[in-house]
Structures are given as structure tokens and as C-alpha cells.
Design a protein around this ligand. Structure first.
Ligand code: DGJ
Length: 756
């Protein structure tokens, strides 16, 4: 609910269990009042009579005002949300004033506000597909303007009360007749209560994404960021913030935020000497430039933020629910014909699609790498279907001159050397086996050794006359050029029109260098808009299509890309125990439903470590299960075990992919990870424990469960559907399950809990 008191000019944004308040002061400035949990059941509003105390007490400490939008001009010593440069003088200039340019000063004063239904931030998905919950939402739009300069800024707040989430973005308008240069632009500024200084975020690298880090903000500024054309491995654009010592996994007030943007980004956390804590998030200031033409508009993407009183777990569950219900597109379930003998019924069966749960994927990358042939893919597909796989994805190497990673990117034509009869024989066999077909692509890239590059060397990002740095032998296409975006759209469109492709894995395998484009510095945003635009157009045209976002593993995972994709490739590192840590960090912000997790070989290809099959499945079944092992190298008994695990996963996947996550025991604090997924109505749950490193002589403790119905009776089943325990919700939530006490390193167990 959005409440405005015209007498005190106070706004209250009232969400399920939190409130956000601001006020227009006597000078017309929009000032932040409060943000935090609110007493349960109370629908009161803040009157605005309590004003935050400010420490504007000396000539060195006078920029601490809590403006909702901090602008460069009278604020210079602290971080600002917006910096603009005007090339013209105010007219008339006050007597005695000497003209000099440019003017870099913005003062914003309240003009008006309105409450609208379902306003959209910048770069919102344009594919037209629904989300799981499409109920209308209120957006508060508060318009501020500079009294002299022709700049209007509208602050937007879209409310999702159920998850205590507010999406914040800015809309800039140049109301004059000369361009305005925007030199810095975040999507929003957040003011947090003094002392909210414990920051949880993730750092990483290729094959080591989502490493959780927790630190204490000192006075000064800390940034997390990535400067490239994708979200990046080095960090991920989300944060959790709380008062140190007052928050734990299921307890305490936590502020959280995430950017819905997949380009060069920064989250900046500033603690002033006054101990005020401010957060800015949005476009990375490095090499940033935005020209707002006369009459022009710019709408930023959203900073998604919220607060809850249920610890880090509560913050994660809110982000997960919001992503599942409000961000992920719902593909239209496709129909495909499956022969009688395979499914008993014959006729049409539904291709697993986003409308249900993520299908069980087989990806042949680690099985065959660049050694693909029609025959070995067909053999893998047959074995995959026999163990219960629902979606077969052909990875890199099927096109142009792509026999290894040195050539071919850009030439999106099926290679006759690998598939002499095109992809049709493989796809029809995959479909005949009852599976949907998926294809790997890396559309933003070009190898210099490709027909595309030979024809259009100018299409790669570069600075004229300067060297072009190759990484993995490839360059990045200039998505600032409309003709390049059209070329890529058409290439993918032809494949989708010709073949029955239900899924594409969209990869992106390098960071940027020499970002020279025909659109100049605007390439940072243009590239993201180009990628989003192609995905949106493809999804609108092929509504049954689903997409996996991949960037050398987990390099492009954020709430922007998730608006047009269905799942993400979490990491190229498929070692079960490394994955445990990666997945724990991932789970801080993103739901299990989108987290693709493969079971690969016993001897892991990345780390060389051996893990037994149970450990590999116990870890992979925590997300959207996939298989990446070479099935051609497995004997009948092993294939049977795979089939048994897959059948088990099919019985629990609605809980894993749709349930609420409780991290009962985190790697961060223990040598094991125990998690629980619980359906929102408490009727079913999945309990998963995996021991990372067990110390000799150590005894494992029992961990009490959460989220169940105390009075209900539950049975606890193993993967053979054998009942291991019958107990009440009360008992399970006070005592736990037991039986894991002597778990050794690599020990894992997944159990299905259901009320009877
Ligand atoms: C990187 C991806 O993360 C891998 O899964 C695989 O698709 C390769 N690229 C193919 O080049």
C-alpha cells in the first residue's frame, strides 16, 4: 500500500512486514525518513514528525543530508547517485555572476507524484510472456526537477508487498533544447540505519563463483563491482547488510538488494563519519557517459531491494520467491509427438517447460567436448532417454569451422563435416526418444578465423588502428551496430525456424577489452540492450523456447538476465564438493529452480578428485538436475543407479524447485551443509545433507528442521521410497532427523519428507 499525507507531505510504502518512509521538506527536498521492519499487524503510518538527526555541524561535515536522491553539486565529498553536466548557463544569470562552463550542479525539488499500476523499469523484458504471478502492482512515481536547469528526475518505487520488495529506478528527462551529459548514474540510493555495517557478498573467478564473504564496513567506501559486458565471475550484484552481532541465519534484521542488470555494474557501500550507511547501485562509473538529448528520456534498470526480520535465510527466501513469481518468464508448454511404444499413450505429450518445473537435462559437453559426431550424440541421447532425461542439449562444436575453440564463432551454420545431414537426424531421434532438444550458442562472439570476421572485421569491438586483444581466440561483436544485432537475431531465428529447438544454452566466454564501438562509450549499455533485445524477440516469436544463461559457467547471473532466461549454468566446476560452496553462495540470492547442476564423471574433469555417485547426485539434486557424464562410458549397473536417482529427483523436484529454502547448517560455519526445501503449505519437504570435510573423532550434530506443521505427522522416505522414520512436525523441528552422526567426508543423504 502507498500512503501519502498531503499535510505533512509524508509518503509511507507499507509492505507485508516492513515500511519505507520519506518526506518532502520545507525546501521541497525529498528526504529519507525510515526503512525497516514494522510491528506485525499494525497498519499505522509514520507521521513525519520524527526527523532523523543529522551531523551537519561543521564546515567539513555538512553533506550528510539524507536526500532520497543524492546529486552532485552541493554534495561532492560523498558518493552521489547522479552527476550531470550542463553546457549552457541559466538564463538570466544573476547580476554580477561570471559565466563559466560546464555547470555540474543538480538540485532537485518536489514537483508532483502519482501512483500507477505496473510501471516498468528500464530494460524490462519485452517478450510478452507472463510471470507465475502477474497480479498488478503499485508504483509510486515522485517527480523532482531542478528549479533552473532543464532536468527532471522521477524516482520510481514498485512494490511487491508479499516479499517486502521495492524495485527502485530513475527516469531522467531533458526538458531543454540542448543535450545534457550524465557523468554518473546509479539506479537508486539507499539510506540504512546507522550501524548496519556487516556486509555479506560473494566474490569469485572462473570455476570458483559465489564464494561467500562477510566483512565489517569501516568508515569510508567499499565497492563490489564488475567492469565488463556481462555480470562477471569476480562478484555478483547482490548484497545482504545487517548490524554485526544482531543477525544470524534465521534471526535479525537484514537489508538486501540486487541489480536487475547484466552489464558493467557497481554496488557502493559508504559509511560516513556520522555512521550513516548509504548504498548506491547501478551503472559502473568507469568509462560511463550518457548524453541526454534535447527532449530525451532515460530510464534506468532496477535496483531490487528489501528488508526482513528473519535473518539471512529470510532475505534469501524473499529474493527466491520474488524471482520465481515475478521475474522468471513462463514459456508456453510446447507439444511434441512421441511414439506409442515409448510412452504407452502415444500421440502428443507436453515438452517440459518453464510452466512446470525445469526438465532433467543432459548436456554432452564433458562427454564429447569438440569430438562430436552425429552417431556419438545419438548414442548418448538414447542412453540419456533410457535413464529418464527430458532435455538433450548439444554443446559447442556443431557449426562452421568450429572443430576446436580457435575458429568458427560467428558462423552459425550447421557444419556438414560433423552433421552431413544437418541436425535433423539427431533432433528427430531425440524427439522420438521423448526428449526435447537444446542447442549451445555463443552469439556475441566472433573468432578471427571465421567467415563472418573475414567479411566484417569492422564488426568486432576495437579502437581503429589499435591492436585487438583476443581471449580464447575470440573477439566481441559490436552490438552498438544495429546490423550486427540483426545479423545475430537472423542467424538464431533461422535455426529456430528450421529445427525443433526447445532450449538454447546462451554462452559468453570472455571479458571485454578495447571497448571501441560505433556508439562510443554508450556501448556499455548498448551491449546489454542488444543481448536482452535478441532474447526477447526470440522468446516472443518462439514462446515455447527456454534459455539457459551461461558465461563460462556463472558469469552472467542476475535479475536482469533471469527476466528472459529459465535457468543458469552455475559454474564450469562440477566437482561436487567445490559445488557445495558455490551453490551455498548462489543460494543467498537465487532460487534452486534456476540453478543448473550436473552430475559428471567419478573423476572430476576440473579438479581430478574422485567422488562417489551418491555425493554427486546429493549435490546436484539441490538444483535443476542435469547430467554431464559420458553415459557411453558407464556399465548397465551404473546406468541403473543413474535412473534410480533421476526417478527419485522427479518425485521431489516440485519441492526443490518450488519450495522455501532453509540453510540449516552452512559450510561457512560447519564442515557440512544441511538444507531443507519446504513447500509453502508445509506438506512436503526435502532434507539434504552433504559433509564436506569430516574430522576424525568429530561427531555430527542433529539439526532441527524448520517450516513444517508442528501438529502434522510426516514420513521420511529414502530414494527407494522406503519409510525411514515417522514423526510429527514438532519432533522434527525440535530434534531433527538423526542418522547422519558419523558422516565421513563426502557423505551425503537426500530424503523426501511428506505429511500423511
Ligand atoms: C563454457 C561453458 O561454461 C561450458 O559448459 C561449455 O559450454 C563451453 N563454454 C563450450 O565452449
Amino acid at each position: 500500500m502507498i500512503h501519502f499525507n498531503p499535510d505533512t507531505r509524508t509518503f509511507n510504502l507499507i509492505l507485508h512486514s516492513s515500511v519505507y518512509a520519506m518526506q518532502v521538506d520545507s525546501k521541497g527536498r525529498l528526504v529519507h525518513l525510515a526503512w525497516g521492519p514494522r510491528p506485525a499487524g499494525e497498519n499505522e503510518v509514520l507521521s513525519g514528525r520524527i526527523r532523523p538527526t543529522l551531523s551537519d555541524h561543521a564546515s567539513f561535515e555538512f553533506q550528510t543530508r539524507r536526500d532520497e536522491l543524492l546529486t552532485f553539486g552541493d554534495t561532492t565529498t560523498h558518493e552521489v547517485t547522479l552527476k550531470a553536466s550542463f553546457a549552457t548557463l541559466p538564463d538570466p544569470l544573476p547580476d554580477g555572476d561570471a559565466p563559466h562552463l560546464p555547470i555540474r550542479d543538480v538540485r532537485l525539488r518536489y514537483v508532483s507524484h502519482e501512483i500507477v499500476i505496473d510501471a516498468q523499469p528500464g530494460l524490462a523484458p519485452a517478450h510478452g510472456l507472463p510471470t507465475a504471478n502477474s497480479d498488478p502492482r503499485e508504483t509510486l512515481r515522485i517527480t523532482l526537477a531542478d528549479p533552473v536547469q532543464p532536468l527532471t528526475v522521477t524516482l520510481c518505487y514498485r512494490l511487491t508487498p508479499a516479499q517486502d520488495i521495492i524495485e527502485r529506478w530513475l527516469e531522467l528527462a531533458n526538458t531543454g533544447d540542448t543535450p545534457i551529459e550524465i557523468e554518473q548514474l546509479f539506479f537508486a540510493a539507499l539510506h540504512l540505519p546507522n550501524g548496519t555495517t556487516e556486509l555479506t557478498s560473494v566474490s569469485g573467478a572462473w570455476a570458483q563463483e559465489f564464494q561467500t564473504q562477510r566483512e565489517r564496513l569501516l568508515i569510508g567506501r567499499r565497492v563490489i563491482e564488475h567492469r565488463s559486458l556481462q555480470t562477471g565471475h569476480a562478484a555478483n550484484p547482490f548484497f545482504l547488510l545487517n548490524r554485526p552481532g544482531q543477525t544470524w541465519e534465521e534471526l535479525g534484521t537484514v537489508y538486501f538488494g540486487a541489480l536487475a542488470y547484466s552489464g558493467s555494474w557497481q554496488l557502493s557501500f559508504e559509511q560516513l563519519h556520522s555512521t550513516d550507511v548509504r548504498v548506491h547501485g547501478g551503472y559502473h562509473p568507469a568509462d560511463f557517459a550518457l548524453t541526454l538529448a534535447a527532449g530525451g528520456l532515460h530510464k534506468t534498470p532496477a535496483l531490487v531491494c528489501g528488508v526482513c526480520d528473519e535473518g539471512w535465510g529470510g532475505a534469501s527466501r524473499r529474493l527466491h520467491g520474488f524471482t520465481r513469481e515475478r521475474i522468471l518468464p513462463m514459456a508456453v508448454a510446447g507439444l511434441q509427438t512421441v511414439p506409442l511404444e515409448l510412452h504407452g499413450t502415444g500421440g502428443a505429450v507436453r515438452t517440459p517447460a518453464a510452466a512446470d518445473y525445469r526438465p532433467i537435462l543432459y548436456n554432452s559437453w564433458e562427454a564429447t567436448y569438440f569430438g562430436i559426431t552425429e552417431q556419438n550424440q545419438i548414442e548418448l541421447a538414447q542412453k540419456a532417454a533410457a535413464i529418464g532425461v527430458e532435455l538433450f542439449c548439444l554443446d559447442d562444436g556443431w557449426f562452421g569451422g568450429r572443430r576446436f575453440d580457435v575458429a568458427g564463432l560467428g558462423d552459425w551454420i550447421v557444419s556438414p563435416d560433423v552433421f552431413p545431414n544437418g541436425l535433423e537426424p539427431l533432433i528427430s531421434e531425440v524427439n522420438r526418444l521423448g526428449m526435447a532438444f537444446g542447442l549451445w550458442v555463443e552469439p556475441e562472439m566472433v573468432n578471427p578465423d571465421s567467415d563472418l570476421y573475414r567479411a566484417h572485421p569492422e564488426w568486432a569491438l576495437h579502437f581503429p588502428g589499435r591492436p585487438r586483444t583476443e581471449a580464447r581466440c575470440q573477439l566481441i561483436l559490436d552490438f552498438g551496430r544495429e546490423e550486427v544485432v540483426e545479423y545475430i537475431f537472423n542467424a538464431l531465428d533461422s535455426l529456430l525456424a528450421q529445427y525443433n529447438i526447445a532450449f538454447i544454452k546462451w554462452d559468453m566466454n570472455r571479458n571485454v577489452s578495447e571497448p571501441g564501438s560505433v556508439v562510443g562509450k554508450a556501448i556499455w549499455q548498448a551491449h546489454v540492450a542488444g543481448v536482452y533485445g535478441i532474447m526477447d524477440r526470440l522468446r516472443a516469436k518462439y514462446p515455447h523456447l527456454t534459455i539457459e544463461s551461461c558465461s563460462g559457467g556463472g558469469g552472467r547471473i542476475d535479475l536482469g538476465i533471469l527476466g528472459r532466461t529459465d535457468q543458469v549454468w552455475t559454474s564450469d566446476n562440477t566437482d561436487a564438493l567445490d559445488r557445495l560452496r558455490i551453490q551455498e553462495g548462489f543460494s543467498l540470492a537465487y532460487p534452486a529452480r534456476v540453478m543448473t547442476a550436473w552430475v559428471t564423471h567419478e573423476k572430476n574433469h576440473q579438479t581430478g578428485r574422485f567422488h562417489e555417485l551418491g555425493t554427486r547426485f546429493d549435490v546436484a539434486m539441490r538444483g535443476a538436475l542435469g547430467i554431464g557424464a559420458s553415459l557411453n562410458g558407464l556399465d548397465e549397473a551404473e546406468l541403473k543407479e543413474y535412473a534410480n536417482y533421476i526417478a527419485f529427483y522427479k518425485r521431489i523436484r516440485h519441492i526443490v524447485q518450488g519450495g522455501d529454502l532453509y540453510r540449516l547448517e552452512r559450510l561457512e560455519e560447519a564442515d557440512a551443509s544441511t538444507i531443507l526445501y519446504v513447500l509453502p503449505d508445509g506438506s512436503e519437504a526435502v532434507y539434504s545433507v552433504v559433509v564436506h570435510s569430516h574430522k576424525m573423532g568429530q561427531f555430527r550434530r542433529m539439526v532441527p528442521l524448520r517450516g513444517l506443521i508442528p501438529s502434522a505427522t510426516y514420513e521420511v522416505l529414502d530414494r527407494y521410497q522406503k519409510v525411514r522414520l515417522t514423526a510429527t512436525g514438532y519432533e522434527l523441528m525440535v530434534q531433527g532427523i538423526g542418522g547422519d552422526e558419523d558422516g565421513r567426508s563426502g557423505y551425503g543423504r537426500t530424503l523426501h519428507i511428506r505429511s500423511i
